[in-house]
Every structure is written in structure tokens, then in C-alpha cells.
Design a protein around this ligand. Structure first.
Ligand SMILES: Nc1ncnc2c1ncn2[C@@H]1O[C@H](COP(=O)(O)OP(=O)(O)O)[C@@H](O)[C@H]1O
Ligand SMILES: O=c1ccn([C@@H]2O[C@H](COP(=O)(O)OP(=O)(O)O)[C@@H](O)[C@H]2O)c(=O)[nH]1
Length: 286
């Protein structure tokens, strides 16, 4: 199967080279030459389009990465009607251990602040139910508490973002490791405005998961322990990465639901006292 891609916003100097507009790739998972040296390894900065920055996942030939809004997958645009590259999008990552209360608080945030809640776990579970070709693989990964390959999760997230029509997203339970994080930023060109981090002790999270009662295959003590290990080893480094960039808003998630939400509200709509504090600070340095 062939996939065609359209390029636009091409600098006038290369507009004459029509062949360059029709990139195509075969199902073999690499790009044949189109013209000149247009081969795209994983990351490629073309000498002919210095503003272009293309990436490519060999396992997903249809997933062309569009950075800087210069290259567009025309087929995706037609299918989705709207393109996130056209809008200014706000993304908040909601992270924390399994059972820390991410989903519970996201529901509150949606109600008060007009975000669209995208739970990566829910999207993966829906994919299993839909009978997709990846379903069995995803199911096995979830049963083992392992992290599903980035390209699968990112594709689901992108589709859900495009379909939502919104421009404000709470991405819950993703990115779960450094590779998830880097791939998301690369594929979408988006960075989170901030990261909401629900901090909770393992014993409390374990208690909550064991009484969650949603019929989830991974809410059993054996898988829960595996999920905790993956969280400590792979997900905490992502939180540390964003912390080093000053983007983490840490919430004490061990408190009752209502109290946790009070703290969440302070992040989304700082109280007057805090606004005044910053106002005074700005006045003092101006
Ligand atoms: N602050 C809280 N105190 C007590 N139980 C909570 C709290 N927040 C969530 N829960 C319960 O704990 C379980 C896990 O919460 P959930 O929001 O599904 O966590 P996560 O999305 O982080 O896995 C659910 O049964 C939920 O009702
Ligand atoms: O980006 C994601 C999100 C979830 N999962 C898988 O889905 C499971 C459940 O994740 P979810 O966020 O729904 O629940 P939580 O573990 O936070 O309670 C995880 O253990 C992973 O196996 C994944 O692989 N990638």
C-alpha cells in the first residue's frame, strides 16, 4: 500500500521542483528516493528544506511526523477534518502512580475547566474492545503491567485529539517512560504546559486499586506490584525530567477526593491571594 503526503508552505525557492512535493513510502518501511537525496532516516534535517524536520516510525508507515507545520499527511487531514497543527493547543499531562486518583480528578477538571480528558489507558482498552489488530498485543502488555509501544498509544491520542474538536487536553497516564515522552514531543511537536503530578504512597494506591471494582484485568495484586515497579523505574524519571524544567505541579493525592480537588483548583485557577502575590512581585521588579 502506498501512502501519499503533501507538503506545503514550501519556500518559493524550491517551488519549481514539483517532484519534491510527492513523497511516498512503501509498506517495506522505508522511503524510496523521490528526488535528490530525499531519504528519511529516523530523524532527518533535509539540506533542501532546512526548515523541515521529518521523522518516521518504520513500524508505522502511515505515521509521518509533522513538525513546524510544514509537512502534512493529506490523508490524515481529510480523514479528521481538523488538524491540531492549525491550532494553538494546550496539553496538560496528568501523571502519578496507578490508583493515585488521576482519572477521578480529571473528571472534576473537565467539569470545571472545559478540558477534554484523554486517558491513555482507556484508549488502549477501547482499542482492545474494537477488535483491532493490535488488540491482543495491547491486552497482553496491560495484563503484565508493561508499557505499550509509543507509536500505538500516540496514534490513539492524536486521533482522539483531532476528533474532539477541543484545543485543551488532559492527557492522563501518559507519557509513562522517557521514550513515550520523547516520541510524543517529536510526533506532535507539542510540549505540556505543565504536568499535574498526583503524589501518593504505594500502600494507599494499592488499597484503592484493590477496591476499584471496575472489572479491570490488571487490578489484581500480582499485576499491581508489576505496575508499581514499572512506575518507579520508568515513569518517575519522566516526572523528574519535567520537574527539572519547572513544569511539575505536585499534589498531595493521599487526601480525600474533595481536598485533592481543592489543591488541583489552585493549579488551574490560582486563588486571589496567589494572583496578588505575583502581581506584587511584578510591581516590585518593574
Ligand atoms: N482521594 C481519594 N481518596 C480515596 N479514594 C480515591 C481517591 N481518589 C480516587 N479514589 C478511588 O481510588 C480508585 C483509583 O482512582 P482512579 O482515579 O481510578 O486512579 P488512577 O486513574 O490514578 O488509576 C478509584 O476507585 C477511586 O474512586
Ligand atoms: O500510556 C500508556 C497508558 C497505559 N498503558 C497500559 O495501560 C495500563 C493501565 O493504565 P491506566 O493509566 O489506565 O491505569 P493506572 O495504572 O494509572 O491505574 C498500564 O499498566 C499499561 O500497561 C500503557 O501502556 N501506556
Amino acid at each position: 500500500m502506498r501512502h501519499y503526503y503533501s507538503l506545503f508552505t514550501i519556500p518559493p525557492v524550491v517551488r519549481g521542483e514539483e517532484d519534491l512535493y510527492n513523497l511516498y513510502c512503501g509498506s517495506a518501511g522505508f522511503l524510496p528516493p523521490t528526488c535528490f537525496n530525499w531519504h528519511c532516516p529516523k530523524l532527518h534535517l533535509s539540506p533542501y528544506f532546512p526548515r523541515f524536520h521529518l521523522s518516521y516510525f518504520p513500524s508505522l508507515p502511515e505515521l509521518w511526523l509533522v513538525l513546524m507545520g510544514t509537512v502534512l499527511d493529506a490523508a490524515t487531514k481529510d480523514a479528521n477534518g481538523s488538524l491540531l497543527t492549525d491550532k494553538k493547543v494546550t496539553v496538560v499531562f496528568v501523571l502519578g502512580g496507578p490508583g493515585s486518583g488521576k482519572g477521578t480528578q480529571c473528571a472534576n477538571i473537565v467539569e470545571h475547566y472545559g478540558y477534554t480528558h484523554l486517558s491513555a489507558g482507556d484508549l488502549l482498552r477501547a482499542e482492545i474492545k474494537s477488535g483491532s489488530e493490535n488488540g491482543t498485543m495491547i491486552q497482553n502488555m496491560i495484563k503484565e503491567g508493561k508499557i505499550v509501544p509509543s507509536e500505538v498509544t500516540i496514534k490513539l491520542l492524536q486521533r482522539a485529539m483531532n476528533e474532539s474538536g477541543n484545543d485543551k487536553f488532559l492527557i492522563d497516564g501518559f507519557p509513562r517512560n522517557e521514550e513515550n515522552r520523547a516520541a510524543f514531543e517529536l510526533v506532535t511537536g507539542m510540549e505540556p504546559t505543565f504536568v499535574l503530578f498526583f503524589d501518593c504512597l504505594e500502600e494507599e494506591m494499592e488499597r484503592r486499586l484493590l477496591s476499584r471494582n471496575q472489572g479491570r484485568e490488571d487490578d489484581n495484586i500480582e499485576t499491581i506490584r508489576k505496575r508499581f515497579r514499572v512506575y518507579m523505574e520508568s515513569s518517575l524519571p519522566v516526572i523528574e525530567y519535567y520537574n527539572s524544567k519547572g513544569k511539575v505541579r505536585k499534589i498531595d493525592a493521599a487526601k480525600p477526593v474533595e481536598e485533592v480537588f481543592e489543591a488541583v483548583k489552585e493549579v488551574f485557577a490560582p486563588s486571589n491571594a496567589e494572583v496578588m502575590h505575583y502581581r506584587n512581585f511584578l510591581c516590585s521588579i518593574l
